[in-house]
Write a protein that binds this ligand. Sequence first.
Ligand SMILES: [Zn+2]
Length: 304
Amino acid sequence: MRFRALSLSDNTALITALGNDLSFEAVFSEQLAMVMNDGDVVVFISASGNSPNLVRAAEYARSRGAETVALLGFGGGTLADLVDVPVVVSSRNYGVAEDFHLIVQHVLTQYLRRALSGPPRRVAFLDRDGVINERPGPHEYVERWEQFRFVPGVVSMLRGLAAQGYELVVITNQQGVGKGVMSAAALHAIHEAMTTALAAEGLALAQVLHCPHVEADHCFCRKPRPGLIYQAMNASPYLTDLPGSILIGDARTDMLAGRAAGICTRVYIGHPDDAGPDATAVVGSVDDVLAVVCPSELKPALSS
Ligand SMILES: [Zn+2]
């Protein structure tokens, strides 16, 4: 799906002609009369909200039943009362008001780009060590693919999640890279092999994201901070339904990251005493995850 977006201030020749032949007040309303279709949205951008050519255009758009939005400054001016949705920057400085208008336009552009891609995606954010592969010992790292062992049952869990419409995104702290225990290239190779092995099972990982930093770096991506979740969101061309997404992990830091990002379902795999206050469900193993994240009417089908 695409938008037809027209800027009515782009055509200098037409604006000059309309201004000379009719009046400057008519330069936008006359253009609207030429190009506007039923169901169009007309967006007005004016710091004062009082430009006569915009006011007249807003009156015309209203008379045609268009949806109207205005980015305004100062007190909103005349346009604030004329449009359906006035967005008023409460500054009486033209520069500041216009700066904020640019920001709002940028946000809207990003939103529209993703909204047009389809309905928001729901994601199952998966910790890696302890969820997808067997956790290495304390202070140890999976440094080579040969050391990577899938957790028994994880393929079934991932299949069930995919069948429920969740995209699969791995988010993993790998400070072994930051400590120099393993190279970024070695980690990349492991993740490539993991992705390939799961693909052979018919499972597509949408993204595999890692934090290579050590605790002392105080980065935003190392869980419990939510940076990797936001990275996943920003790298996707789709809107992400974060509240409707789920997070699955075996550490309190996973639960905290999920909570910080606003993910409502946070499944802790492990002992209930260790889950901490940020988990919303606790299961003993990956085998029990589907039962807590899938609609109850689907449980019998999934367990059979
Ligand atoms: Zn990081």
